[in-house]
Design a protein around this ligand. Sequence first.
Ligand SMILES: [Zn+2]
Ligand SMILES: [Zn+2]
Length: 272
Amino acid sequence: MLDFRSEANSALNNAKAELEANDNKKLKYAALELRIAIEALAYDKAKTLADELPIKEYETWQPRKLMLILLEIDPNINKISSVSFGEEKEFGVPPDDKDMHFLGTEQPITFEDIKKHYDALGSFLHMPTLGQLQKESVPNYCKLKERCNLVIGILEKILSSPVFNLNIDCSSSVSCGNCNATIRRRLPIGLEKVEAHCLECEATYLVSYTGQESAVDWAPLGKYVSCPNQEANCKEKYFLFKNEIKTGVQWKCKGCGCDVYIGFGTFLKNKA
Ligand SMILES: [Zn+2]
Ligand SMILES: [Zn+2]
């Protein structure tokens, strides 16, 4: 697979070269390269979590949208983290700080970096609209140069991190009650409960610590609904996962054999 980090590095170098030309007409090429570098860094993070990323999100190209999905999987991927290691003199007892060897600190690309700069750089890559021309908000090369330099500083810091894509994975897994596929969910440190989705059928579960050591409980999220076939006095009940509760979803009732579907309805809250 493509080495996104080295792609980001080369896009960053290209951006610097465009800026060094000191030609306003070349600034937009610097902005374009910086956007590519940001994309590459976001995709690099996605690669780290690829096993937990729903397949359909592999098509997500907008870095901001992608980062939000990744943060849902692991909120720690945006945090600055350091790695140290040390030998336990006694099994299970962490070594003293003085016996730890420091490996380095990772400065990751963050959602905030992307939100602040990705679209702002993009706004210089298009022809101004009639509305912008009316408001005289035409490209300001001085501002663009300033922003490019700011983004270069951020990317240099990220790309010079001696350790990167740290992946501390504390997770739990079960067999999906709906389709039998294995669902794995990270349990980020500090969170009592998280939602988990089956990558096959999208069924949703709530995973929470039970309070007993590191045991967790998986509870399907959804609702029981009754068969609406009152004529046949059908008593069949179904569990619908949260993602299935939407108009148009249909199934065959096992009790009376009727086709049942979810539709819109209006109800009186109180009579006038
Ligand atoms: Zn499933
Ligand atoms: Zn029925």
